[in-house]
Design a binder for this molecule. Structure first.
Ligand code: PLP
Length: 292
């Protein structure tokens, strides 16, 4: 069974379209040049999507977001057909794994060349069973920006999925230091945002809620699918501007992300929260069965 599968895009942007859109290469070999702006500046964007038995999930939504993130960074428009072909081919090579994931990375390229770099790396997924059932402990961390700053400060690239995730990783380490599993960012003025690698979902009565993307958070593909699922169950769904108190008022909370899917939150800052095991199990079954 292959552990990692790597495809390098021949020309990841529309300007360089070729007949051979990608080639498989040794994932342990030397592929990335040290002067690539991904390595020196974290200057690029990425996507991570789940793969179930060799089929990549929510490909359309992820490719659309890759293009949106690229536009926010003023990168050349990605060649959607090339990325799709590479993604599908890498996912197929992981067919023996019940759950795997692919990571698409699109960078500004080797400094001075003006040519972007792109690759798709596939790997088997870690076991997320405990997070999906028992749940996760979460701490609330201040992201240090006002909830309405995204439109005024576009150079901060809020809402783009950039390669500059050192801050997000530091937030996860801080959560671990505090004895928790994950973090939830709030704005400096007390509004709920997102996790370092996830979106927040709340259920209040028969309503499913998530913080509005106008708050400078990533538009989650898993969250969008959870809303579809909720609607089909007869729930009302809404994007809202929510304060920290909404966490205490919720009947159930989840952090949502591709690959881990729905992780119920069983405690916030050490205070126990109710877990809806039955709804969570059905939501995760739905998310695992996602198609392109
Ligand atoms: N928010 C951030 C900051 C993320 O990094 C991610 C995913 O990694 C998400 C939200 C969830 O997005 P998705 O459900 O599309 O994986």
């Amino acid at each position: 069974m292959p552990a990692n599968v790597l495809a390098v895009l021949t020309a990841p942007d529309v300007g360089g379209r070729t007949s051979e859109p990608f080639r498989f290469v040794d994932p342990d070999g030397a592929v990335l040049q040290v002067r690539d702006l991904a390595a020196t500046r974290g200057d690029g964007v990425f996507e991570t999507m789940g793969v179930g038995a060799g089929r990549a999930q929510a490909v359309d939504a992820h490719l659309a977001r890759l293009a949106r993130s690229a536009a926010m960074l003023e990168l050349p428009e990605p060649d959607e057909a090339a990325w799709r072909a590479a993604t599908v081919a890498v996912a197929e090579r992981l067919a023996e794994h019940a759950e795997a994931f692919v990571k698409l990375v699109y960078t500004r390229g080797v400094e001075g060349t003006g040519r972007p770099t792109g690759w798709v790396l596939g790997s088997p997924s870690p076991d997320h069973a405990a997070a999906r059932t028992t749940g996760i402990d979460v701490v609330v961390l201040d992201r240090g920006l006002a909830h309405d700053s995204a439109a005024e400060l576009p150079w901060l690239l809020q809402g783009a999925k950039t390669l500059s995730y050192a801050v997000n990783m530091a937030a996860l380490r801080e959560a671990k230091r505090r004895g928790a599993d994950d973090a939830l960012f709030v704005s400096s003025d007390g509004f709920l945002l997102e996790g370092p690698t996830s979106n927040l979902l709340l259920r209040r009565g028969d309503r499913l809620l998530t913080p509005a993307t106008s708050l400078g958070i990533l538009a989650g593909t898993t969250q969008a699918e959870a809303f579809e699922f909720g609607r089909a169950q007869g729930l009302t769904v809404a994007y809202e501007v929510l304060t920290r108190e909404a966490l205490d008022e919720a009947d159930a909370l989840w952090l949502l992300s591709s690959v881990r899917n729905a992780a119920p939150v069983r405690a916030v800052d050490g205070v126990a929260r109710p877990v809806d095991a039955e709804f969570t199990a059905r939501l995760n079954a739905h998310l695992l069965a996602r198609r392109a």
